[in-house]
Design a protein around this ligand. Structure first.
Ligand code: TRP
Length: 341
């Protein structure tokens, strides 16, 4: 157990997880879970955009935990952590914010994009909202999340890379100025850094309603695939460009028959294949992938006590590590004021 290098990674509890999460990150978590000591974080402090819908956050904590169990993250070997059950996350955020210039946050492209989205909501779907202070806190908090267990590796989707860069910079600054406390963590992006949406949008996301969820049943998957955007219009026997057709991109990402897919792609780009045929293949591929995940999810959903225990034990263990780190931080910053007299 001890001696292994550590992973910390996380997800905000704002809904169930989808294929984009799977190919962009979860697959790596599953693959690395035994090689590293893993802290899987449900980042419930970082949901200011859902502040008026805490019921959804509360629900999503369980959804996320169930999805993790469903994909095969073993809660015996790893730690499932609820962020707010480890309040040291907030404490370290406060202390690190002493050392991070605001300008560094303002340059962060992920943050910039998110603020823009908040101020210019899509198609009048939501009202324009002011940017809360929490938006500046939350990259710092993500830095704190990663540094708190002194993690070495952070497997994430590629939209998170600026935050990992910020974490590395923060670790370097702290170590140089005070004491060597934090490893400089590496980022690891998944096999498919960014999965397109079923509508052809650049990114699969819950808010765009273009996602296939890990918990979708076989019929729902079939229906979503049937309605998928199939690239620019083509004639019956017209060659297409695979990269322009989300159906082909999904097959590229998930078809386990690599040789079969290579042949299919070659044919698609040479003489064309109808979308209906491709969709049939994709439905089978996705249901093949999701079936064992759905089964495991169902088994755990029938035993929510076990899920609760995973969250409770993991958070407890994470808190022990957090206390250790905070003692090192207090020491490095010379903050043990009471020890004077
Ligand atoms: N910000 C991440 C997201 O939106 C979630 C997250 C919070 C996270 N803390 C983290 C990811 C620490 C990696 C490491 O998906």
């Amino acid at each position: 157990m001890t001696g292994r290098k550590r992973i910390l990674t996380g997800i905000r509890p704002t809904g169930a997880l989808h294929l984009g999460h799977y190919a962009g990150a979860l697959e790596n978590w599953v693959r690395l879970q035994h090689e590293y000591e893993c802290y899987f974080l449900i980042a419930d402090y970082q949901v200011s955009d859902y502040a008026d819908d805490i019921a959804r956050v509360r629900e999503s904590v369980w959804e996320v935990a169930l999805d993790w169990l469903a994909v095969g993250l073993d809660p015996e070997g790893s730690h499932y952590v609820i962020e707010s059950l480890v309040p040291e996350n907030a404490e370290l955020t406060a202390l690190l914010s002493w050392f991070l210039p605001l300008s560094m946050l303002e340059r962060n492209p992920t943050l910039k994009a998110e603020m823009e989205a908040l101020e210019n909501p899509v198609d009048g779907q939501a009202e324009r909202k002011p940017v809360p202070v929490a938006f500046y806190n939350y990259p710092v908090m993500q830095v704190a999340n990663i540094l708190l267990p002194r993690a070495h590796l952070v497997p994430v989707g590629d939209d998170q890379l600026p935050h990992i860069e910020l974490t590395r910079e923060t670790a370097r600054r702290f170590n140089r100025r005070f004491k060597e406390v934090f490893p400089e963590p590496e980022a690891l992006v998944g096999r498919v850094p960014r999965l397109v949406g079923t509508d052809g949008e650049a990114k699969m996301s819950k808010s765009r309603n273009n996602a296939i969820y890990l918990k979708d049943d076989a019929g729902t998957v079939a229906k979503k695939v049937k309605r998928m955007f199939g690239g620019p219009p083509r004639g019956a026997n017209e060659a297409g460009v695979a990269a322009e057709n989300p159906i082909m991109l999904y097959l590229e990402a998930f078809d386990p028959d690599r040789e079969g897919f290579a042949g299919l792609k070659e044919q698609y780009e040479r003489s064309g294949i109808g979308n209906a045929e491709l969709k049939e293949r994709l439905t089978a591929v996705l249901n093949g992938l999701l079936e064992p995940i759905r089964d495991r999810r169902q088994r755990y959903a029938a035993n929510m006590r076990a899920v609760r225990e995973a969250l409770e034990h993991g958070s407890c263990r994470a808190r022990e590590t957090a206390r250790e780190t905070m003692a090192m931080v207090h020491d490095a910053l010379d903050m043990n004021y009471l020890e004077r007299y």
